[in-house]
Unconditional design. Structure first.
Length: 102
């Protein structure tokens, strides 16, 4: 399904607090939008994202994402049915472990 034939998705403005919400180009900035929705969105936002972009595009973007918070990484893993080890952001975390809290 082409995203151009589907109605523009409706997301909460708080997800995109740092950009001009009214001027987001959902097609040209698909990776940014998908990553941001999975990082900060709620269940309805994620559903709208999947409906607009399709599961294949969402899967492709999430697997290549450089960063997702831990809790959202597990959510993304469940949504696209892939193990967390398949995610680029998981691999990057393993290569760059966080400092120990001393």
């Amino acid at each position: 399904m082409s995203s151009s034939t589907v109605a523009k998705p409706i997301f909460h403005k708080r997800i995109f607090w740092d950009v001009n919400f009214e001027k987001i180009d959902y097609d040209a900035k698909a990776s940014f939008v998908i990553e941001r929705v999975f990082e900060r969105g709620d269940v309805d936002d994620i559903r709208n994202c999947r409906r607009y972009y399709g599961d294949e595009k969402v899967r492709e973007v999430l697997l290549k994402a450089k960063f997702l918070p831990w809790t959202r990484l597990f959510l993304a893993s469940a949504v696209i049915d892939r193990p967390i080890e398949d995610f680029r952001c998981y691999t990057l975390r393993q290569l760059n472990p966080e400092l120990l809290p001393y």
